[in-house]
Every structure is written in structure tokens, then in C-alpha cells.
Design a protein around this ligand. Structure first.
Ligand SMILES: Nc1ncnc2c1ncn2[C@@H]1O[C@H](COP(=O)(O)OP(=O)(O)OP(=O)(O)O)[C@@H](O)[C@H]1O
Ligand SMILES: [Mg+2]
Length: 461
């Protein structure tokens, strides 16, 4: 955070907020028109022109830039917004929670899911199809193209289409925001995504430095071990004649609650050693919709081997967890993929980092093959205070009533959650500020954002 790129950029925030405001207003008109039409009786339904999307030609926001760069069509903007809304303005979708009085249930036509901790409506592909095409089947088929792997949504990793439960039809897939883009479209924080066609790995970069990582000394020590290994480990094994006895490579497990810095630590290890860190996108791997998995994976491992990359498997329990015992062809397919992956991971001569929230989810046989397992616990009070301070290195954004130390002391939140709090409070303050005026975050903004974060995590304040 000392380098500034992870700090919140006032100008970017203002521009994005204004763009999203217009975009959401337009989206609301599109949604209302669809719902009105849908419920109008046959003869009352009149063909109305579709609402015109906001003009983004001279709009400087990162959101508008992306719309321009991708040459996004209105239907693509609707889908992108749908993915962002649960995080940005969930109440926009409340209309879709209307109950069908006949069956006392939500209209199946609207698609959507209810989250485990999120109270609002979580859109699915079905929701997009409903809004854009109603029951026009031909149009629906055309629109499905947006969810295919060769569409820029998938290629640029702009949003997530989470594979539906086994056996459910594709339109049941949840549409979710991709954190990188969500941040870019709100606070303006930028990370560089790098997602080639059929390449299920993403280059991880961070503007943060080693010293920005706030962890206990034990964790730093463990990480230092990996750094030393990268500097001279393989050569040392060779000199000791041990290289024929132990598997090459260094496999380590990072475990701990969400947002405690596992991904960040992995990224920093690479930055520090001057090697690239690639995150393997596990959500793409077991999805038969994407297909060609083994070939793509082999491609990643081959390249990684030649280029001395660090491979980072996030949410590794999805793959390395206790293998599914199901017997559907999908399960078998997934197990086969896992077996292949495990083999490649074991044979990989470089650093492989696996991250998981729950260590107990790991397959024991596999866990034994790790050189180390590093625990990332929730930060303690002093660590939280340090995190707050780094986040608001620019104190001029804070109103005089803000007491970071007191907030840090009172609320146990991980670094990732604190980042969300900061962004959300800044957005709140930004909506209040007049154009050209500086954003001033109050203690109340922060408290509300903390509350929101707690609700998201299913906790109470
Ligand atoms: N220990 C930390 N020190 C400094 N910043 C942190 C720390 N933990 C989290 N952050 C901030 O929160 C962001 C998100 O954290 P990160 O993605 O590393 O969490 P994670 O442990 O990988 O979470 P998950 O289990 O959800 O993947 C980081 O980019 C950083 O800005
Ligand atoms: Mg992570």
C-alpha cells in the first residue's frame, strides 16, 4: 500500500460512481420494462422502444473505458451490470424477489439464487436471459453466446459464470462479479488480469511490497524459508546428493480464514524473487462447459516449468479436498482431472502454493507431501490497527471524528474485509460529495461499512 496503487483514488472513484449511477438508472428502466411487459395482458402489451444506454463516448471512468474497449453491446452491459449489482446496489434487483401469489414462490422465470448470507437476489444466467429476451426462445439462444468460453467475458475473466450444481441446466449458473473488475469499476483499484484463450491461469500482480504484509513473525519466518529455497534450494539438494531421493520442487499449503493475506503473500513471494506467480483458476477446471481441461492444464505446467513460475492454487480444497465419491459421469470426470493435477503438482520442480480456508478439508495423503503448512490467522488488535493505518495512508480522506485505533480494537476483521470496508465507506462518502469536492469519510461511514461486512460474513455487530 505504500506505493499508492492499492490506495483509493478519489478521481477514479468519482468518475466510476457517476458512470455506474447512470448505468444503473438505465438498467432499472430495462428491467421495469421487461417486468411490465411480462405481466401485461396479451392485448395490453405494447411494443415499446428499448431504453437507450448511457453514452460512454466521453466518459473518463474506468467502467466506461472498459465498455468502449470491448465494444460492449447493450445486452453485454446488462449482463456485466447484473454481475456487479449484488455488490454495488443489491436493492436494484429487489423487484425480482416478487412472489408469485399463485404458487407462493419466487417466479422461476426470473432465475436467480438466494445467497447463504446475502439477503438479496443473486442473478443467474437465466435472469439475464429473462431481462433481455423474455420468452423469445430464439433470442435466448443467441444471448447464450455471452456465456461461452470464447466470449470476452470469459477470455478477459470479467465476470464469473459459476457452473450450476450437477445436472442443473446451464442457465441456472450463477453470474458473479470478478473481484479484480469489481474493484476497478468501483474504487478504481487496478490489477492486471492476464487471461489467454484456453489458459486457465492468471498472472498475479500487486503494487504492495513485502513490508506491507501484516502477519505474525512466525508466518514471516515460514515465508522466509520459501524465499531461501527459491534462492538456492534445488542446487543445494543436488550438492548434497539428495536430489535423487526427494521430489523436486517446493510444495506449501497456506491455510486460514478468508482475507488474511494468503493470496497476497503468494504474490509477494513472486514479486520479491522476480518470478511470475500464476493463479490457477479452479472454477474453470471441473466445468465440462469449458472443456479441454487437461490440455490447458498441461499447457500451464509446461510453461511454468520452462519459465520458473510460482503456481498458486486458490481455494484448493475444491480440487485437492476429499475426492468426490459420486458416481455420475461428471464426478468421475472431475476425479480424473484431479488425479492428473495431483500428479503434475507432485512432479513440478518449482514452487507450488496451495491455499485453502479449511485445513481439514485437505486430503491427508496429499497434505503429507507438503514441505510446509503455514497458518494465516485473523489479525490481532495491533495488526488490525496497522492494516487500517496502511489502508488510509492518505489521512485527508478521513473526517476528524474517525479513530482508527478504536475501530481496530472493537472489530475483528481480516485485512481483506478491511479493504472492503474502506472501499464501501469511500463509495458512500463519494456519493455524498459534490463533483470536484474532496471525499471525506466519516466514522459513521466506516461503522456502516463494517456492519455491512459483518452481515456479508453472516455475523452480527
Ligand atoms: N495480512 C495482510 N497484510 C496486509 N494486507 C492484507 C493482509 N491480508 C489481507 N490484506 C488485504 O486484503 C486483500 C485480500 O487478501 P488476500 O486475497 O490475500 O486474502 P486471502 O487470504 O487470499 O483470502 P481468501 O481465502 O478469501 O482467498 C489483500 O490484497 C490486501 O490488500
Ligand atoms: Mg485468496
Amino acid at each position: 500500500m505504500s506505493t499508492g496503487a492499492e490506495q483509493i483514488d478519489q478521481a477514479a472513484l468519482h468518475a466510476n460512481a457517476a458512470s455506474l449511477e447512470r448505468e444503473i438508472a438505465w438498467f432499472t428502466r430495462v428491467l421495469n420494462q421487461r417486468v411490465d411487459n411480462y405481466f401485461a395482458s396479451e392485448d395490453a402489451a405494447v411494443e415499446q422502444p428499448a431504453p437507450t444506454p448511457p453514452d460512454v463516448r466521453d466518459d473518463p471512468s474506468l467502467y466506461a473505458q472498459t465498455v468502449r474497449e470491448c465494444g460492449m453491446k447493450p445486452e453485454e452491459r446488462v449482463v456485466l451490470l447484473l454481475s456487479l449489482l449484488p455488490s454495488v446496489r443489491p436493492q436494484t434487483l429487489d423487484l425480482l424477489l416478487t412472489r408469485n401469489k399463485l404458487i407462493d414462490a419466487i417466479f422461476t422465470e426470473f432465475g436467480g439464487l438466494r445467497g447463504q448470507t446475502h439477503n438479496g437476489f443473486l442473478p443467474t444466467c437465466e435472469t439475464a436471459l429473462f431481462i433481455l429476451a423474455g420468452d423469445d426462445q430464439r433470442r435466448r439462444f443467441e444471448l447464450m453466446r455471452m456465456f461461452e468460453p470464447d466470449h470476452f467475458f470469459a477470455q478477459k475473466n470479467m465476470l464469473r459464470v459459476l457452473p450450476p450444481e450437477h445436472g442443473e441446466p446451464m442457465p441456472r449458473a450463477a453470474l458473479a462479479a470478478e473481484p479484480t473488475y469489481l474493484q476497478r469499476f468501483t474504487s478504481g483499484l487496478q490489477q492486471k488480469p492476464d487471461f489467454g484463450a484456453g489458459f486457465p491461469a492468471k498472472l498475479m500482480v500487486t503494487a504492495m511490497e513485502w513490508d506491507d504484509l501484516v502477519v505474525a513473525q512466525e508466518v514471516k519466518d515460514e515465508l522466509d524459508q520459501i524465499r531461501s529455497w527459491m534462492r538456492g534450494g534445488p542446487g543445494m539438494l543436488r550438492r548434497l546428493g539428495l536430489d535423487r531421493m526427494v521430489k523436486p520442487g517446493y510444495r506449501t499449503l497456506f491455510y486460514g480464514p478468508p482475507g488474511t493475506g494468503k493470496t497476497l503473500a503468494a504474490t509477494l513471494l513472486g514479486k520479491d524473487a522476480g518470478v511470475d506467480v500464476y493463479r490457477i483458476d479452479l472454477s474453470m477446471l471441473v466445468s465440462k462447459y469449458i472443456g479441454e481441461t487437461e490440455k490447458n492444464l498441461a499447457n500451464v505446467f509446461d510453461q511454468a516449468q520452462n519459465k520458473n513460475w510460482i503456481l498458486f492454487f486458490d481455494e484448493a480444497d475444491a480440487l485437492f479436498g476429499k475426492r468426490t465419491e459420486g458416481s455420475t459421469s461428471n464426478d468421475r470426470h472431475a476425479n480424473q482431472e484431479i488425479a492428473y493435477l495431483l500428479q503434475r503438482v507432485e512432479d513440478f520442480p518449482g514452487v507450488v502454493i496451495l491455499a485453502t480456508n479449511l485445513r481439514s478439508n485437505m486430503d491427508e495423503a496429499f497434505a503429507r507431501r507438503f514441505q510446509s503448512a503455514i497458518h494465516f490467522p485473523l489479525p490481532d488488535g495491533p495488526q488490525r490497527e496497522l492494516l487500517w493505518q496502511k489502508l488510509f495512508a492518505d489521512r485527508t480522506m478521513l473526517a476528524p471524528d474517525v479513530r482508527l485505533a478504536a475501530l481496530a480494537d472493537a472489530h475483528v476483521l481480516a485485512g481483506g474485509a478491511l479493504l472492503n470496508v474502506a472501499v464501501s465507506a469511500a463509495i458512500r462518502a463519494g456519493r455524498r460529495a459534490k463533483p470536484g469536492q474532496d471525499i471525506l469519510i466519516t466514522n459513521d461511514d466506516l461503522l456502516r461499512a463494517i456492519k455491512k461486512e459483518f452481515i456479508k460474513e453472516g455475523r452480527t455487530l
